[in-house]
Design a protein around this ligand. Structure first.
Ligand code: SER
Length: 312
């Protein structure tokens, strides 16, 4: 394949596994990993790596020209919980990075862009069960506002300048290689670490808080799949709903107990409860399944086995 890929935010939770998978697919030298700081050793040593601030559009252009980059995956963002602490900073990072990359695509420096949106782009007035692709979207978090605005910027650049930008509304992503940071769905990662370390976990969401979630492998597969799909099949240029599993803290704890019978969960909710309560519980992703044959592999049972096996 002749594409050369730039990943911005390559040391983050999704970026680190995406880098690895893209390097396997396109060849190590065809995938340039960048992040604001060095992190993941695999990422920095398995192929080209550069320090890059996602909001530095000039810096991005230099790297695009140096490596003859054709595609950008923009994975840098401030997640929901941290963004509530630094609303202004979150807006600047999440918006300026996207607008910069879209401008580079408009000016034909790059051919294709991937940018993730989130279930956070929905809000308390959206239907919570089987949330449709197109529905009321009134997010109440700064992260959600930035994602919804970003979706419309993507659509605008596609319609007005024919920029080939593609996007997915990720649910909470569960992984064992790199931990997430500053998200509301992070509990579903931490719980596995703590189950093995301490046989107990204090959860910051209440027992019945149902949220859409997905195992990392499925998220990576979806991300690469949407980018490799024929452009004619990408019918949504805001962002696609994407779903795999939905569960509550109580349900994930019960699944873990099947492997670690002594495991105990307790609950002490904080400000993240309000964020979670504003999001959908179950997402309808039939459009992604129809347009680009998306299909998930991991349910709660299989994911729990994988998580515990790899963390042990
Ligand atoms: N996982 C993200 C968060 O919790 C949602 O996209 O912020």
């Amino acid at each position: 394949m002749s594409d050369t890929i730039l990943i911005i935010g390559a040391c983050g939770q999704i970026g680190s596994e995406l880098t690895q998978k893209l390097r396997e697919t396109y060849g190590n030298d065809h995938v340039v990993a960048t992040d604001i700081r060095e992190g993941n050793e695999d990422v920095t040593s398995s192929g080209p790596f550069e320090i890059l601030d996602a909001t530095d559009t000039e810096g991005i252009l230099k790297i695009v020209q140096k490596y003859k980059v054709t595609q950008v995956y923009l994975m840098a963002a401030m997640l929901s919980a941290t963004a509530e602490k630094y609303p202004q900073k979150a807006w600047e990072l999440n918006m300026n990075s996207l607008l910069g990359v879209l401008e580079l695509a408009k000016d034909k420096h790059i051919k294709q862009v991937y940018w993730p949106s989130s279930i956070a782009s929905f809000g308390p007035t959206s239907p919570k069960i089987n949330t449709p692709q197109q529905t009321i979207m009134e997010p109440t978090t700064v992260y959600g506002i930035s994602k919804l605005a970003g979706e419309h910027w993507c659509n605008y650049y596609y319609n007005r300048y024919s920029v080939d930008v593609r996007s997915i509304r990720y649910p909470g992503i569960i992984s064992w290689k790199t931990k997430p940071g500053g998200g509301t769905t992070d509990y579903a990662v931490d719980i596995y670490f703590k189950a093995l370390e301490n046989k107990s976990y204090e959860c910051f969401l209440s027992e019945n808080t149902r949220l859409p979630m997905m195992f990392m492998k499925d998220a990576i597969d979806a991300t690469i799949k949407i980018m490799q799909t024929d452009a004619a099949n990408i019918k949504t240029r805001t962002s696609y709903n994407l779903a795999a599993i939905s569960f509550t803290p109580e349900e994930i704890a019960a699944e873990i107990k099947k492997h670690i019978p002594e495991f105990k969960i307790s609950y002490k909710t904080d400000f993240r409860q309000q964020i979670a309560d504003s999001w959908p519980q179950v997402i309808d992703d039939s459009q992604a399944r129809q347009d680009w044959s998306w299909n998930h592999q991991f349910d709660l049972e299989l994911m729990t086995k994988e998580m515990l096996k790899n963390l042990q």
